[in-house]
Design a protein around this ligand. Structure first.
Ligand SMILES: Nc1ncnc2c1ncn2[C@@H]1O[C@H](COP(=O)(O)OP(=O)(O)OP(=O)(O)O)[C@@H](O)[C@H]1O
Ligand SMILES: [Mg+2]
Length: 471
């Protein structure tokens, strides 16, 4: 186990490795800049300032010396005193031949620089050594165009050297503190983020394993918490779908089981009962036929539903709803006559919608069939089709038993029936309205159910009107 952990820690492809290498590099670059930039810029500023002040003093001294006809140690000392040139650790003055006529103080005697100065060139050097700025300025002395000597000023500035040195030490201490704080913070933050990511991936594994009830802890306001909540929502939806699927399978098997059981029972009775009279046999076989028909209807509806579920992209076409309604009425007339229900239709022309004829037929047929089936003797069904130029409205009203308000939400669920006994007796499987609902949605329509006055139900289906200009 520990070796495995170790292996994970140095896995160069891991987020942890990338995160910490990134932070490490960033820190390194920042700290290098912090250490180098202030140090060098301060040092260079000191060099520049030294050059300026030493140049002006050396120039003053050189021009004063140029005025002396025969400079010697005393006269040079006098000039230095008069010009108030002090604070130098070493001052050297030579004559034109390079002989030192004045040489006071300790520190570097840069003979080479003096020789260069005697050739007419100025030399400035400054270096930071052992926390001290060591600077020297060497300049020719010239009178009437000839070089009559050279001066050298040398200075060791410990004070500024020390300041710069202290600054460097302080920057180093601060850098170390920043580095330590950054490492601690990156570690804490990185570990938190990585822990949450691992939680998320663990949760995904659990859910992928089939536990759709699992919810991860998604407290907080950051992006990862948001991701966790999205994940929980997704799992909840998965759970929902899974439950729906299970319920559907169990309802469907139950629905198929009942007629099958009747068929077995009826056929068994015929087989076992040898001296059954012909009339009873005929009655039983008719029942078997009815049950088989019911099975057939149910399986056809299940197939229609599964086709709607499949999301297979059927190419919609302009469908004239009036024609479909008239066709459905031809099919339903016998049922209406049998139930003694009167059908009335008021159908506008030009009610064209973008759908498929099959789906439109399912919608129209099921609504009208229900209006007849759940009606009362001598009841009425009104089928209305109307367009306002924008939408097409198809309405089916009946004067039947009506649907209690609290049931209206459920009737579109698969296998749902309000009055189980009555519906089954009417041969219903509880799938008609779910087919209607799915077909309406599949073609961008909407469906509403309400009460018909003074009694009965009213179903209203709306679709956008199809027009060539609009498409
Ligand atoms: N016009 C209506 N009046 C009263 N009740 C209705 C009406 N339409 C539907 N219902 C109720 O809603 C239930 C669901 O209707 P749906 O059409 O989905 O199923 P079904 O008619 O029972 O069976 P199927 O349509 O599959 O043959 C019905 O069982 C019935 O109780
Ligand atoms: Mg129905």
């Amino acid at each position: 186990m520990p070796t495995e952990r170790k292996k994970k820690f140095i896995n160069t492809g891991s987020m942890r490795f990338r995160f910490f290498s990134f932070i490490g590099m960033l820190l390194l670059v920042l700290l290098l800049l912090l250490n180098i930039y202030p140090y060098f810029s301060t040092r260079d500023a000191v060099y520049q300032e030294k050059e300026k002040s030493m140049e002006s003093q050396a120039a003053t001294l050189a021009s004063a010396l140029a005025g002396l006809s025969r400079p010697d140690a005393e006269s040079v000392a006098e000039v230095l005193r008069l010009l108030d040139i002090r604070d130098y650790d070493r001052v050297i003055v030579t004559d034109g031949a390079g002989e030192m006529i004045y040489n006071v103080g300790a520190g570097e005697a840069l003979i080479a620089d003096l020789e260069t100065a005697l050739q007419g060139k100025t030399v400035f050097r400054s270096a930071l050594r052992d926390a001290s700025f060591s600077s020297s300025y060497t300049m020719p002395v010239s009178a009437q165009g000839t070089i009559t000597g050279a001066v050298l000023l040398h200075e060791d500035d410990d004070e500024r050297g020390q300041i710069l040195h202290d600054l460097q030490v302080q920057i180093r201490v601060v850098s170390l503190l920043i580095a330590a704080a950054a490492v601690v913070m990156a570690f804490i933050y990185g570990s938190t983020v990585l822990r949450k990511l691992r939680q998320l991936s663990d949760s995904m594994k659990i859910v992928a394993g089939g536990d759709y009830k699992y919810r991860m802890n998604a407290a907080g306001t950051d992006e990862l918490a948001e991701l966790g909540r999205e994940f929980n929502d997704l799992t909840a939806r998965l759970d929902d779908t899974e439950q729906q699927r299970r319920r559907f399978v169990s309802d469907a098997s139950h629905e198929l089981k009942t007629p099958l059981a009747s068929i077995r029972l009826l056929s068994d009775s015929i087989v076992q009962n040898e001296n059954m009279d012909e009339a009873t046999v005929r009655e039983f076989v008719t029942d078997i036929g009815n049950e088989a028909e019911r099975l057939q209807r149910t399986t056809e509806k299940l197939l229609a539903l599964s086709r709607l579920d499949d999301d297979i992209q059927v190419v919609p076409e302009p469908v004239d709803v009036k024609q479909v309604a008239l066709d459905a009425m031809v099919f339903l007339r016998p049922l209406a006559r049998e139930r003694n229900v009167h059908m009335r239709a008021a159908l506008d022309d030009g009610c064209v919608v973008l759908a498929t004829v099959d789906d439109m037929f399912h919608i129209v047929f099921n609504l009208m069939e229900n209006a007849i089936k759940y009606n009362v003797p001598d009841g009425e069904v009104a089928v209305l089709l109307h367009t306002d130029g924008e939408t097409v409205q198809f309405t089916v009203e009946d004067t039947g038993i009506g649907i209690p308000e609290e049931e209206r939400y459920n009737i579109f669920s698969r296998f749902y029936r309000v009055d189980k006994a009555r519906s089954r007796e009417a041969g219903g499987s509880g799938l008609g309205l779910s087919i209607v609902h799915d077909a309406v949605k599949a073609h961008g329509g909407s469906i509403a159910v309400g009460q018909n006055r003074p009694r009965g139900s009213r179903f209203i289906v709306s679709f956008p009107l199809y027009s060539i200009e609009r498409t």
